[in-house]
Design a protein around this ligand. Structure first.
Ligand code: NAD
Length: 468
């Protein structure tokens, strides 16, 4: 199958290609176009031309088009999920969940309408504040949730009246390219464009003068470069960046009930989730018990090729990330930390790392301080609530966190002291389309989702009408 970019409603190949590797085997199984500068210019010009009519369409028509695109995505969830597993690594049923869930998410966004506020309606004057779209959006997505995180951008940007040029990660380009083709049945030419390329394409896009705004999801290090590049011509930015989320487990929890939830809150998607639990603080009185339960779940968790039945966790998505995770693991070993390792992993060229729990490492060890983005979970003991809140907050990141306790008042009190954009109590990883999601500190700038997220694709305009 040939995967083409979609520019101005048409499939477009390029002279050069990038390889797409199956992370479960390490083998190249497809190629994707490597977008040239001229093709980027063409995509931006097409999106700018389409903006002129798209922005003036009644919002109900734009919402209907996004709903239609969501239906198309849901109809193709089976086909796309198999492709997803090949390029991303996640087991097929969970890949299906991301694609089908993205379709539902888009539909929820299509229900949102930006407000128009009448500020004054008197004999002297009429004053209203409304929201207008920005122009062409540069949407850049990562590889860990390639469909979901792209649709978080595409749906609100289009509902708001902007047009979009979307770039997936070079590690996971294929589903997005296919979605680019499929969505042409929902949108006029130029409204939604998909381009792919190697490491040069992102910077080429962020410095392109034709974009009004960049919506970026990825690492904090890259996010800083994006912001620097955007500053040259004051492009608007929304940055969804890294996290090193702490979960705090109080002594009153029922371990039978919470152990598995805590485990998958850390390791789902092979721990490649921005809001995964990445530091697990456990009260000393239940520490050994929870550690042994998590180690037992790790031993029973099947790590392997996501296209094999019964696989719970797939490989690390790409070689670069695999090497980063292995480096962190080596550092832990070299420093004599105690590692509890789960089930065996396939012995092939795939990027497999066994589920690993690090038993009470020093707070300053790299495995605690850095975002692993792989299946290595440091478990740490605490005695005192104020102390553990301070340790949880002692991070340059501020994306999400969790508190586990039967005492919900106490848990709420702790949650309110956690310096992150999202905090869960007795649950994990739950997100909804109608609430803002974003990071504090180096975890991001601005928000996605909710009315706040929609309005990030617009700017206010106040109109003053003199009367009398
Ligand atoms: P990354 O920063 O390496 O890449 C993200 C995207 O940016 C890719 O499409 C990449 O090609 C592009 N890119 C790379 N260099 C660029 C540059 N100089 N200018 C413009 N674009 C550039 O991140 P990743 O490794 O793909 O994703 C993992 C990271 O993303 C983790 O840190 C994770 O926590 C974070 N993340 C955050 C969220 C969130 O919503 N906050 C969600 C998922 C992932």
């Amino acid at each position: 199958m040939t995967y083409e970019m979609t520019i101005n409603g048409k499939g477009v190949m390029s002279d050069r290609t990038i390889d797409v590797v199956n992370p479960a085997t390490g083998e190249t199984f497809a190629t994707a176009p490597d977008c040239s500068r001229e093709q980027l210019d063409h995509a931006v010009d097409s999106a700018r031309a389409a903006f002129k009519t798209w922005k003036n369409m009644p919002i109900a028509e734009r919402q209907a088009a996004v709903r239609k695109a969501a239906d198309i995505l849901a109809e193709h969830a089976g086909e796309l999920s198999r492709l997803f597993t090949k390029e991303q690594g996640r087991p097929v049923d969970m890949a299906y969940g991301e694609i089908d869930g993205s379709a539902s998410w888009m539909k929820a966004v299509a229900e949102m309408t930006p407000p128009v506020e009448v500020v004054e309606d008197s004999d002297a004057q009429f004053v209203e504040t409304r929201y207008v779209p920005l122009g062409v959006i540069c949407a850049i997505a990562p590889w860990n949730f390639p469909v979901n995180l792209a649709m978080w951008k595409v749906a609100p940007a289009l509902v708001a009246g902007n047009t979009v040029v979307l770039k997936p990660s070079p590690f996971t380009p294929l589903c997005t390219l296919r979605i680019g083709q499929l969505f042409q049945k929902a949108f006029p030419p130029g409204v939604f464009n998909v381009i792919t390329g190697g490491d040069d394409l992102g910077p080429m896009m962020t410095s392109h003068p034709g974009f009004a705004k960049i919506s970026f999801t990825g690492s904090s290090a890259t996010g800083k470069k994006v912001m620097e590049s955007a500053s040259k011509d004051l492009k608007r930015v929304t940055l969804e960046l890294g996290g090193n989320d702490a979960a705090i487990v109080l002594p009153d929890v029922d371990l039978d009930e919470v152990a598995e939830k805590i485990f998958f809150g850390a390791f789902f998607n092979t721990a490649q989730i921005c809001v995964a639990t990445k530091r697990l603080y456990v009260h000393h009185s239940i520490y050994d018990d929870l550690r042994d339960r998590l180690a037992a779940i790790a031993s029973a968790t099947k790590v392997g090729d996501g296209s094999d039945q019964g696989t719970n966790l797939g490989p690390i998505q790409n070689k670069r990330q695999f090497e980063r995770v292995m480096d962190l693991l080596d550092d832990a070993k070299n420093n004599g930390l105690t590692l509890l390792t789960g089930s065996d992993v396939p012995d092939n060229d795939g990027y497999f790392v066994p589920v690993t729990i690090v038993d009470n490492p020093p707070e300053q060890s790299r495995v605690v301080q850095e975002e692993a983005f792989g299946p290595i979970l440091p478990m740490l003991k605490f005695d005192d609530i104020d102390d553990v809140i301070a340790r949880a907050n002692d991070s340059e990141y501020g994306l999400a966190g969790a508190v586990w306790s039967k005492d919900t008042d106490k848990a709420m009190d702790i949650a309110r002291q956690i310096e992150t954009g999202t905090v869960w109590i007795n649950q994990n990883l739950t997100l909804r389309p109608d609430t803002p999601f974003g990071g504090h500190k180096h975890s991001g700038l601005g928000v996605e989702n909710g009315m706040e997220g929609l309005l990030e694709y617009m700017q206010p305009q106040t109109v003053y009408l003199a009367r009398g």
